[in-house]
Structures are given as structure tokens and as C-alpha cells.
Design a protein around this ligand. Structure first.
Ligand code: DGL
Length: 259
């Protein structure tokens, strides 16, 4: 068993096309005080949403190669778009465990009382096998109102969350859903939780906003236990951030939302 300890203390890789995955990292660091996290933002290639699946597979594989070089014992694909395009490929190519993100259609379909659920995500996420299968399996009894959040990733990356332009964009996406009677709004992109204050203002309590981050963090805890790869207790937490391109926004946002 003593041989295992050094491996268990290796980092958990977490990646996204940009700063969105920090919403997941923030939830992970709250639940896992002894883990070492290595976050990678592929800001040079952000956004992933409009790119073809083959390109996202290539980009994601490069990021995972980088994280494995850093010794990661597990990788959280903290990006719905990368999960949709690349998680099957990643799982077939690498032997470490992967945790992916997919729009929380299942809990939303369970919770809705009106039978109408809104989903905000990128075009890449809606095109993925996972989204299609999950919505068929768990939401065939509800009406799903899909909306591509064009421009929202950019707004978060550029620190334009509170700008009038972002409010107008969001209002244009949310008002039709609300008029159709949605009572659950699923945030299907890890950038979107940073927009929650603006979304809440627009929604005025008419719908519950579903942020998947806490559930993903609980799933990570389960997988670490199942695989017996939890870090040694009492070791303390380490968080390293890296990016392929611009990194200022990543550091300033982490200063706001990190512990
Ligand atoms: N945070 C990514 C996601 O969850 C961003 C998508 C993008 O880069 O377009 O989908």
C-alpha cells in the first residue's frame, strides 16, 4: 500500500476551453481539501463551441497529454462542449479516470412542475451523443426549450458579465423560455454559472437555475474513493493554474471565486 501513496498525491487535472471550468474547480476545492489540482485553460483556442468535433477531440487530447505529463491521476473535463465531442475518445485512449460534464437534463426533468425545461448550452454540446441520449432517456415526458448561448462564453472571458450588451443577449435567450412556461433552466456550459447574478435578475424567481458544479464535485469524490486514489489526509490543498494563451482573466476570476 505504501507504494500507492505518491501516486494518490498526484494532481487532479481540470480543463476547459477557458475560464468556465473555474466554476467546477471552485466546487471541487470546497469538497476536497487535501487534493492537488492542476487547472488548464485552453484560452488560445477558446471558444470550443463552434468548432467541429474532430478539432475538439484533437485539442482535448493535447490538453490531456499535457496534464498527464504533470502526473495527473484523474481528469475532470470541466467543459460540456469538450465532453460532448471528446470524452468517448479520451476514455478509449487513456487509462486514468475521466469525469465529464453534460447538461443536467435528468434532475431538471424530475423537478419541473410545468413540464417545460430550458437549456442553455453551446452548439457543440447540443450536437453530442450524450445530450441526445440523456434527453431521450430522461426527458421524453417534458418539453425542452434549447437555446445556444451565442456570445456568452466571450462575455465571461472578457469580464463583460454586467455589461448592457450581455444583459440584452441573455434577456433575448431567457424571455422566450419564460414565456413558454419553463420552471427549470439548465446551465449547460461551465462558463454560464458566472452569469447567475444577471440571470437571476432576469428570471425574477420564475424558474430554478441549475448549476451542475456541486453535483460534479460530489461525483469526483465518489470516483476518487471507488478507485482508491484519494490524496493522503492532512496534506493540504494545492491549486495550480495554467493556460495556452491569455491568462489574466483566469487569475483574476480565480482570485474572486477560489477559496
Ligand atoms: N465552458 C465550455 C462548456 O462548458 C465552453 C464552451 C466553449 O468554449 O465554447 O461548454
Amino acid at each position: 500500500m505504501s507504494k500507492k501513496l505518491p501516486y494518490n498525491n498526484q494532481p487532479i487535472g481540470v480543463f476547459d476551453s477557458g475560464v468556465g471550468g473555474l466554476s467546477i474547480l471552485s466546487a471541487l476545492t470546497k469538497l476536497l481539501p487535501d487534493e492537488y489540482f492542476y487547472y488548464y485553460a485552453d484560452t488560445k483556442h477558446c471558444p470550443y463551441g463552434p468548432r467541429p468535433a474532430e478539432e475538439i477531440i484533437e485539442l482535448s487530447s493535447k490538453v490531456v497529454d499535457f496534464l498527464l505529463e504533470k502526473g495527473c491521476k484523474m481528469v475532470v473535463v470541466a467543459c460540456n462542449t469538450a465532453t460532448a465531442a471528446a470524452i468517448d475518445h479520451l476514455r478509449s485512449q487513456y487509462s486514468i479516470p475521466f469525469i465529464g460534464l453534460e447538461p443536467a437534463v435528468k434532475p431538471a426533468a424530475k423537478l419541473t412542475k410545468t413540464g417545460h425545461v430550458g437549456i442553455l448550452a453551446t452548439e457543440g454540446t447540443f450536437q453530442g451523443r450524450l445530450y441526445k441520449e440523456t434527453s431521450q432517456q430522461f426527458a421524453d415526458h417534458v418539453t425542452l426549450h434549447l437555446q445556444v448561448g451565442k456570445g456568452l462564453v466571450k462575455a465571461v472571458e472578457q469580464n463583460a458579465i454586467e455589461s448592457e450588451a450581455t444583459k440584452t443577449l441573455l434577456s433575448g435567450y431567457l424571455q422566450p423560455m419564460l414565456e413558454a412556461g419553463v420552471d427549470q433552466i439548465v446551465l449547460g456550459c461551465t462558463h454560464y454559472p458566472f452569469l447567475i447574478p444577471v440571470i437571476e435578475e432576469l428570471v425574477e424567481g420564475k424558474a430554478t437555475i441549475i448549476n451542475p458544479a456541486p453535483a460534479v464535485a460530489r461525483q469526483a469524490v465518489r470516483v476518487l474513493k471507488e478507485q482508491s486514489i484519494e490524496a493522503q489526509a492532512g496534506l493540504g490543498q494545492v491549486v495550480l493554474l495554467a493556460a495556452s494563451g491569455a491568462s489574466d482573466r483566469m487569475y483574476s476570476l480565480w482570485a474572486e471565486v477560489g477559496d
